[in-house]
Design a protein around this ligand. Structure first.
Ligand code: HEM
Length: 89
């Protein structure tokens, strides 16, 4: 079973040298990756400690980029913090 991580915990990892993001309800530690990111360090730091799903999708990242996420996966967002899908967004 994978580890459940609270959103409040993700929020604490909100700087360049300690950089977690949530994408599609999965938590990633991209602290080391930030320096290799083709889209630059800044775009990741802007999303540090947050849900970066929208930012990630808006860029239209390749399937290779999605594949890379696996390397940085550290756990699942806690069920209690997963937003219910709303028809209006
Ligand atoms: C956290 C996981 C992320 C990974 C693994 C990742 C990976 C990548 C990769 C591999 C590329 C090269 C193009 C491609 O293959 O699609 C890329 C480009 C890019 N990424 Fe990310 N990315 C991540 C998050 C983000 C976020 C949160 C943003 C926020 C805006 C972002 C912004 C960009 C931009 C703007 C480019 C285009 C760079 C260019 O072509 O000049 N990325 N990313």
């Amino acid at each position: 079973m994978s580890k459940e991580i609270r959103l409040a915990t993700v929020n604490e990892h909100n700087k360049a040298t300690d950089l977690w993001v949530v994408i599609d309800n999965k938590v990633y530690d991209v602290t080391k990756f930030r320096l290799e990111h083709p889209g630059g360090e800044e775009s990741l730091v802007d999303e540090a400690g947050r849900d970066a799903t929208k930012a990630f999708n808006d860029v239209g990242h390749s399937s290779e980029a999605r594949e890379m996420l696996k390397k940085y996966y550290i756990g699942d967002l806690a069920a209690a913090d997963i937003k219910k899908k709303s028809p209006i967004r």
